[in-house]
Design a protein around this ligand. Structure first.
Ligand code: FES
Length: 69
């Protein structure tokens, strides 16, 4: 028993930035292998320039990534 209540999963698309994933979801790579999470909320890159993909490293700001409105 972890003492932690399950948290529903949510995905928030940040304007001009990453996808924020919160809650109890399992992240896996293209081969289906689990990707270790260190936080309950993770930011996934959607600009394609992160050096730590699939996670956001803030590079979207440097390239001026803009999402459609
Ligand atoms: S969205 Fe932040 S580095 Fe790609």
């Amino acid at each position: 028993m972890t003492g932690r209540s399950p948290q529903p999963a949510t995905i928030e698309a940040c304007p001009n930035g990453p996808l924020l994933v919160r809650g109890d979801v399992e992240l896996v790579d293209a081969d289906g292998k689990p990707i270790e999470r260190h936080r309950r909320t993770v930011a996934l890159c959607r600009c394609g320039t992160s050096a730590i993909a699939p996670f956001c490293d803030g590079s979207h700001k440097a390239i001026g990534f803009v999402t459609p409105s």
